[in-house]
Design a protein around this ligand. Structure first.
Ligand SMILES: [Zn+2]
Length: 144
């Protein structure tokens, strides 16, 4: 998934989990971008969270709102906006990485992995090796 359009479409799909990896440093983060159901006919914002614990289905920490068309430096690019409820500082590496990524969706300096589920047990897959194989670490060992 390398095109800018595909990446944006995935991120704003409504229930997206994805992992980005810096090709230079190897640093990686897993994010969830979720849009709750509309209320009173008005679309809800997209809420961005980052994986901060071992449970990749539950251990997400709220970062802020991801606007599809931000008013930030790159005109028309998505923008990550902290809110009062944000638990992650805008200065944190995870915040800055997502902020940078959504403004440089076409960049090939970053690997983008959209996360799926293990073919054996159905658990969420977030690390690049698991996503590639389609099995989580335990099931990959058993399936081999
Ligand atoms: Zn599994």
């Amino acid at each position: 998934m390398t095109s800018t359009i595909d990446r944006a479409a995935f991120i704003f799909g409504g229930h997206a989990t994805f992992t980005i990896v810096s090709k230079r440093s190897g640093t990686r983060f897993t994010y969830r971008v979720a849009q709750p159901a509309p209320r009173d006919g008005k679309p809800a914002p997209f809420f961005a969270s980052v994986l901060t614990g071992p449970d990749n289905t539950a251990d997400y920490t709220y970062m802020g709102i991801l606007r599809p068309n931000g008013a930030g430096s790159a005109a028309g690019a998505p923008e990550l906006v902290p809110t009062r409820a944000s638990k992650i500082s805008p200065n944190a590496a995870s915040f800055r990485a997502l902020e940078w990524f959504v403004q440089h969706l076409a960049s090939d300096a970053v690997e983008f992995h959209h996360c799926g589920r293990c073919a054996r047990c159905g658990r969420q897959l977030t690390d690049p090796e698991s996503i590639e194989s389609g099995f989580g670490p335990h099931c990959r060992a058993r399936a081999a």
